[in-house]
Ligand binder design. Structure first.
Ligand code: ADP
Ligand code: NI
Length: 217
């Protein structure tokens, strides 16, 4: 089977698996991550096919969609084994997905360039205009408020002080996670994209506070 046919079949598989997800792991998240991963892979001279497959499948093993993480990973491996013949390639894609699903958006280091590319692409989807939209959707789905001026630190230097004092507002998530992600980027091109999105979020926060405080200062 050629690569584009395998990718097309994998797209259908992922759509079917993620279908109704409302936690930010929907099909369009995977589609954006796969496109961003392919762009970074090209520029960083990584294997575009491996990055595309790992990005498409990266959320299928998620605990929330499976009885357990292990069963989710087995489902992905079974899918790969029935569509790919190169055992090394299968293991490489699995290693990327395992590392991503055990670390979430967190700090687990990736040991191959392809893993670094996919991790960067996933982190980028948490940043910028899209990242802001996903944050508010996530908070809304959990019944959390957008902002509470009594608990949200405006100043990044206050992060440490506020770390254990989170009521989990959407705005608070910028400080506890989103504004830290650009420092975790693996690739040069990924970092460049993250910096653009980071600056956009800082501008967004400025405007948010300006509107919130309209007339009160
Ligand atoms: P991924 O698996 O794609 O890295 P996560 O499962 O960590 O993403 O989160 C999905 C989306 O929800 C992301 O955009 C993330 O920033 C957002 N999110 C995660 N935790 C919170 C939270 N506590 N408050 C607001 N948004 C959150
Ligand atoms: Ni993801």
């Amino acid at each position: 089977m050629n690569e584009s046919l395998i990718i097309a079949r994998t797209e259908d598989f992922v759509k079917e698996q993620l279908g109704q997800d409302t936690t930010g792991h929907d099909w369009w998240h995977c589609d954006r991550v796969r496109n961003t991963a392919a762009e970074i892979a090209q520029i960083e001279s990584a294997d575009v096919f491996v990055c595309t497959m790992a990005a498409l499948l990266h959320d299928v093993a998620d605990e929330k969609l499976n009885p357990s993480k292990e069963e989710g990973l087995l489902k992905v491996r079974t899918w790969l084994s029935s569509n790919l013949t190169d055992e090394q390639q299968i293991n490489h894609i699995m290693m990327i997905i395992e590392t991503m699903s055990f670390s979430g958006g967190g700090g687990e280091p990736m040991h191959t360039l392809e893993g670094q590319v996919v991790q960067d692409a996933d982190r980028l989807d948490a940043l910028g205009a899209i990242g802001i939209a996903r944050t508010f959707i996530f908070s809304g789905a959990k019944g959390r408020p957008a902002y509470d001026p009594e608990v949200s630190p405006r100043d990044e230097s206050l992060q440490k002080e506020y770390r254990d004092y989170s009521k989990g507002t959407a705005i608070n998530h910028f400080y506890e996670k989103l504004l830290k992600l650009k420092f975790l980027m693996n690739t040069t091109y990924g970092r460049k994209l993250a910096e653009e999105r980071h600056d956009f979020m800082l501008n967004y926060l400025d405007q948010f506070y300006k509107e919130w405080n309209q007339g009160s200062q």
